[in-house]
Design a protein around this ligand. Structure first.
Ligand code: ACM
Ligand code: ZN
Length: 546
């Protein structure tokens, strides 16, 4: 009797929740291109089935099912479409045409009373449809019935695709290193916001963090520094903590991370810095420098004068390193750094001066260009393309290089005007190591001030470009330099919520700050639910002129 009452109550409950209107509030970030709310709602419960229309989508279904288990504790069956029931299913479908004009990364998401359908031309598109659905579920209405939970989301139709093809986030693991589990958690966040590129900054003055089998000393010596600066690097006298610091990622760990990212439609672009920011390598192999050394892995932050010499041994070393890097990273792009390489040592070095003479170069800036062009030729011959920071424009751009514009937007503009692709990461808007609030409680940062609203206002396409030149702007990226971020929690704090704003900068044609702010209320709860640390006062001091 009691069971019968319980059952009938459960039915009433479920009828109630499936047919009522759900909250028709937009919560998805980045904002979809077109979103239309319908009537009624869809209720996901333990009996909902994930149905894939072809076998190639089995892994994607598994990914989604795992996500629902880990987030909500709801275990759904996944099965081929032909075996699936007609209602209470989430259908994943690849189709050659999903809507006129929708591109490779686009998708259609339809939520109806009985079913959810996601259609896309590619796996990436489907993945983005899943992320939108996931956000709807995260912000949906949770109904608890005994031990069972179900989630009610509004009926709607979404047609969506991104504005830019490159949507990147960077992470410096050299100044401070982070566990593999955190790198995955970071990648999950990029996936949630439909980023498609993780730029992994792996080598620096302060540490070499990638295992290279041919040069084991790089990680025996180059990955360790004897101590680390305490406090801000702009404040003298310098004080150090006296504690050795280091670590590196094994090739197996790197493969695991590249695979993990690939399952989330994210390409990992490795960065191997040259010719500057190379003290960790020079501490390991002093012969690669212009002067005899010895050198030590840097213990404070900044730009150091000792850089790779342009001798043949350097090129041989870097090519061998890159051969292993290419084995690990299938990305079309390899980032070769190129920034902040002082020319003082090259000016005094007989070998470097001889290269200048022999190659008929004008000065050390052209020598840097020669350096980068040699590396480009090598990587191009292996079917890869280079990205470099905007200093690679100096002395002449390598023929096929993509420029990452960081010292403002001028580098990106110059590249685009020369017919080269550019990725915009200007320090004025895209540096996540800057303060995001003027609150007294902010943790120490490198400096600068980039509020959520300022980042949100950024348009990656400079208005001085013609439409044709503008086509060379591939998108924007946020840079996370970790001199002052020692822990995963601190990285999360600096990244959130600004990452959400950047996702809309890269994805959405029509931004709306007030709409975004309203959606952020829901996303703060998402960060709580998923266990991310974040800055909860991103609207303070926004009227400052700094
Ligand atoms: C850079 O911030 N040095 C690229
Ligand atoms: Zn030299």
């Amino acid at each position: 009797m009691r069971v019968a009452i319980f059952l009938s109550m459960a039915i009433v409950l479920s009828l109630y929740s499936c047919c009522k209107h759900a909250d028709n509030k937009p919560t998805i970030i980045p904002q979809p291109k077109e979103l239309k709310f319908g009537r009624y709602s869809f209720k996901l419960d333990q009996n909902t089935v994930i149905a894939y229309q072809e076998k190639s989508l089995k892994d994607m279904s598994g990914y989604f099912s795992d996500l629902l288990i880990s987030t909500f504790g709801i275990t759904l069956k996944t099965m081929a479409f032909d075996d699936a029931p007609a209602t209470n299913t989430i259908v994943l479908r690849l189709a050659a045409e999903i809507k006129e004009g929708i591109g490779e990364e686009g998708y259609v998401l339809i939520v109806k009373e009985g079913n959810v359908i996601i259609r896309a031309k590619t796996q990436s598109g489907l993945f983005y449809g899943i992320q939108s659905l996931y956000q709807l579920l995260l912000t949906g209405e949770k109904v608890e019935d005994g031990t069972e939970i179900s989630i009610v989301i509004p009926a709607l139709e979404i047609f969506d695709e991104p504005r830019f093809s490159y949507r990147g986030m960077h992470l410096d693991v050299a100044r401070h290193m982070f566990p593999v589990e955190f790198i995955k958690k970071y990648i999950d966040l990029l996936a949630l916001y439909k980023f498609n590129t993780f730029h992994w900054h792996l080598t620096e003055d302060q540490g070499w963090r990638i295992e290279i089998k041919k040069y084991p000393e790089l990680t025996e010596i180059g990955s360790m520094r004897k101590e680390t600066l305490i406090g801000h690097g702009g404040k003298q006298p310098f004080k150090y903590d006296g504690e050795p610091y280091g670590g590196y990622y094994t090739q197996d760990e790197i493969k695991e991370i590249v695979d993990y990212a690939a399952k989330r439609q994210i390409t990992v672009i490795p960065e191997i810095e040259m010719p500057g920011h190379s003290l960790a390598a020079l501490a390991t192999y002093p012969d690669l420098a212009c002067t005899p050394g010895p050198f030590e892995v840097a213990t404070r932050w900044g730009v150091f004068e000792d850089i790779y010499c342009t001798k043949e041994e350097t090129f041989e070393f870097l090519e061998n390193v890159l051969l292993e890097v290419m084995e690990l990273f299938p990305s079309e792009y390899i980032h070769i750094g190129g920034d902040e390489a002082p020319k003082a040592r090259w000016k005094e070095c007989p070998v470097c001066q001889e290269v200048i003479q022999k190659e008929g170069l004008k000065d050390e800036h052209e020598l840097q260009s020669y350096f980068i062009q040699r590396m480009e030729k090598f990587l191009n011959s292996h079917g890869r393309k280079i990205i470099g920071w905007d200093e690679i424009l100096e002395g002449g751009l390598a023929p096929n290089a993509t420029v990452m514009s960081w010292r403002g937007t001028e580098g990106g503009i110059a590249a685009a005007k020369q017919g080269h692709d550019a990725i915009m990461t200007p320090g004025s808007h895209c540096y996540f190591d800057h303060y995001q609030s003027k609150s007294d409680t902010e943790p120490l940062a490198i400096g600068g001030y980039i509020t959520l609203e300022k980042l949100y206002s950024y348009d990656p396409v400079p208005d001085t470009l013609t439409p044709e030149e503008a086509n060379h702007i591939l998108g924007a990226q946020g840079n996370v330099w970790t001199e002052y971020m020692k822990t995963p929690e601190h990285v999360e704090y600096m990244v959130l919520p600004r990452l959400a704003a950047l996702s809309e900068v890269n994805w959405s044609d029509k931004k709306d700050w007030n709409r975004f702010k309203n959606k952020m209320d829901y996303h703060f709860r998402i960060y709580d639910d998923l266990g991310y640390n974040y800055c909860d006062h991103p609207y303070e001091n926004n009227n400052s002129n700094n």
